[in-house]
Design a binder for this molecule. Structure first.
Ligand SMILES: [Fe+2]
Length: 285
């Protein structure tokens, strides 16, 4: 199975560059243009922060641009929510995020989780959004539902996708504070199941780690990439869209590869902010 993994498109209701001089829609168009030669894709997956402003207009634009790319290839486009997303507007335009879910759940709080079958693989999306918070959590309601889903193995295995990575680069405070806060609880649910890979976004950089032995991959952002060559006290975002190509089922599975759009602005600083003074702060547990 081959997935084009996108994340953090941060689309807005307005057109043109945002206050950092980055045009999110143009970044997405460039990325999709440069993915035009990819072959044998089975799905496009977007792991959250689809919209920057939670507007219906932004979701409609995501559906239009990414949906067209997927439709041209006869494959599904699958979306899940991030901390910038707004559940109501997301659901209004994208529903569960799956075009043909074989299973789904909506909690009393409006969290959406769903399952698509892609060939013999089961693709499960979870909702790690906590309204008003930068960090994320998979609630007990979703973990209980996931335990039920994973009780029966899929023919070729399962991929679990959500926004906030449960793995972090040691010493990077912005990641510790902004990542998934209950990776241990998720690990306990995945233990002994057929989960082959966890896919995330949110950190705007490519990052590999493991969670209780399961490979975890965070794909860089479409809108910007976070540059960890910056001093640890700052968060530096640079221009240039990136995406990931995910291959499962081959002899070296999972094979994870980062693709960069050919953007002449790539690598130029979009913004650099002090971590302590940014929107990222230690979670209130
Ligand atoms: Fe995010």
């Amino acid at each position: 199975m081959r997935i084009l993994h996108l994340s953090d498109t941060h689309l807005t209701r307005g057109a043109g560059p945002n206050h950092y001089g980055v045009d999110p829609a143009e970044s997405l168009r460039l990325m999709l243009r440069d993915c035009g030669e990819l072959r044998d894709l089975d799905a496009v997956l977007v792991t959250g922060d689809v919209a920057d402003d939670g507007s219906s207009t932004a979701y409609a634009q995501a559906k239009h641009l990414i949906g067209a790319f997927a439709r041209d290839r006869g494959i599904p486009a699958i979306f899940t929510t991030g901390n910038h997303d707004e559940r109501g507007a997301f659901a209004e335009v994208l529903g569960s995020g799956h075009e043909q879910p074989v299973d789904e759940m909506t909690s009393a709080e409006g969290e959406r989780a769903a399952v698509s079958m892609i060939g013999g693989y089961r693709l499960v999306t979870l909702d790690s959004l906590i309204p008003g918070k930068v960090y994320g959590r998979i609630t007990a309601t979703q973990l209980a539902w996931l335990r039920g889903v994973l009780a029966e193995p899929a023919p070729d295995g399962t991929v679990v996708a959500f926004h906030h990575p449960p793995v972090m680069v040691p010493g990077v405070k912005a990641q510790e504070w902004a990542g998934l806060q209950n990776g241990d609880e998720l690990a306990a649910v995945m233990a002994g199941t057929d989960v082959r890979l966890v896919l995330c976004g949110h950190f705007h950089l490519q990052l590999y780690g493991t969670l209780a032995g399961v490979p975890v991959w965070a794909t860089p952002g479409v809108v910007t990439r976070i540059d960890l060559t910056a001093p640890l006290s700052t968060v530096r975002a640079v221009k240039g869209a990136s995406a990931s190509l995910i291959d499962l089922g081959g002899p070296h599975s999972p094979v994870l590869h980062t693709l960069h759009a050919r953007d002449p602005e790539m690598g130029r600083t979009a913004y650099e902010a002090d971590v302590e003074g940014s929107a990222i702060s230690p979670p209130d547990r």
